[in-house]
Design a binder for this molecule. Structure first.
Ligand code: FAD
Length: 302
């Protein structure tokens, strides 16, 4: 099913997985993770794609497992990057033959030593979207609550986000953020700019102290000082730090849901256990809310 159709009916819950680093080694582990994630009833699972097309075969294999074995909707990431038209044609053919209906179309990160020829054919995500627009896929695009690091301002980035919608993106998934205000600002400014598609917040629980220094560089997300200080308090206790990181993600999600986010996309770093903990804590919140509302109805007859 096309994900934009699901989004018209309900708030979605989705997860992101990434292919194993070395070819097909470890792919069975990803399949097991997907089986575990199935128990949490996700609306779709997305699978990343190497910027230079490095893991293209395992990307399709995993997307196919999600769709055809686990019977969950799949969102295959696809980067234009240095690919040629025929590289993309080859992947598109495989995705069609596996029945994949949804693509997150990206440019991909440029390597440090890139030259002007690097993204020759697909300079930007929009070029890939234009190329795919006559194929029968629902296209999605990436967006950046704190602005993309190559842009002078959030507004310049928003102008390109609008071009993505015009090029066929039916919904957006955001980069990671740790301060919900950035997401609310993005949505509000996007609406003012005339962007109408759903903007799904992407949440990545921060569960390891050693990943903190690379977060800003890796995805441009800043960490609020209070959160950063608390992570420091737990730095010598990995278990407590993980618990704290998960609770922080739950706090972000509750706030996003309360304020009407169209879905939640969880970057779970291939760890189903993290998704499960978040899911259970959210379930607790929802069941408490259910009993509270029932109690109010009983007391006040409303
Ligand atoms: P673009 O939309 O091309 O934007 C790149 C920069 O160029 C931005 O600053 C933008 O404002 C600007 N720009 C866009 N269009 C134009 C234009 N016409 N003229 C001038 N400037 C323009 N990377 C991977 O390698 N594999 C993945 O699977 C992957 N998945 C991701 C999933 C999500 C949800 C997100 C948020 C990011 C993901 N990334 C992935 C990272 C992504 O590839 C990088 O952030 C990359 O640097 C930008 O990709 P993009 O599709 O946003 O590019």
């Amino acid at each position: 099913m096309k994900i934009d159709e699901i989004l018209k009916k309900k708030r979605t819950l989705s997860f992101e997985v990434f292919p194993p680093k070395k070819g097909s080694l470890g792919i069975e582990k990803i399949f097991k993770t997907i089986d575990e994630l199935k128990a949490l009833n996700p609306d779709y699972i997305s699978v990343t794609y190497g910027a230079g097309g490095s893991n293209r075969n395992s990307n399709v294999e995993i997307a196919s497992y999600i769709k055809n074995q686990a019977k969950i909707e799949a969102l295959a990431h696809l980067t234009g990057g240095p690919s040629s038209y025929s590289d993309i044609d080859e992947i598109v053919k495989k995705l069609h033959s596996e029945g994949i209906e949804n693509i997150l179309a990206l440019r991909g990160d440029k390597p440090i030593d890139f030259n002007d020829d690097y993204c020759k054919t697909f300079k930007h995500a929009t070029d890939l979207m234009e190329y795919l627009k006559d194929e029968d896929f629902t296209l999605a695009g990436a967006c950046y609550p704190e602005g993309h690091n190559e842009c002078e301002s959030l507004y310049e980035d928003l102008a390109h986000m609008k071009e993505k919608e015009q090029a066929g993106a039916k919904f957006f998934v955001t980069q990671v953020f740790y301060d919900n205000e950035y997401y609310y600002r993005l949505v509000s400014e996007a609406r003012k700019a005339g962007i109408k598609s759903p903007i799904i917040p992407g949440i990545m629980p921060l569960v390891s102290h050693k990943s903190i220094p690379s977060i800003k560089n890796m995805c441009g997300a800043s960490i609020p000082l209070d959160f950063r200080n608390m992570l420091e308090v737990y730095k010598d206790d990995p278990e407590l730090l993980e618990e704290f990181g998960i609770n922080y993600a739950v706090y972000q999600i509750e706030d996003l849901i309360a304020k009407g986010a169209p879905g939640i996309h969880l970057y779970i770093m291939n760890r189903a256990s993290i998704a499960k903990k978040i899911y259970e804590r959210l379930e607790n919140v929802f069941s408490k809310l259910f009993w509270y509302i029932s109690y109010c109805i009983f007391l006040f007859g409303i």
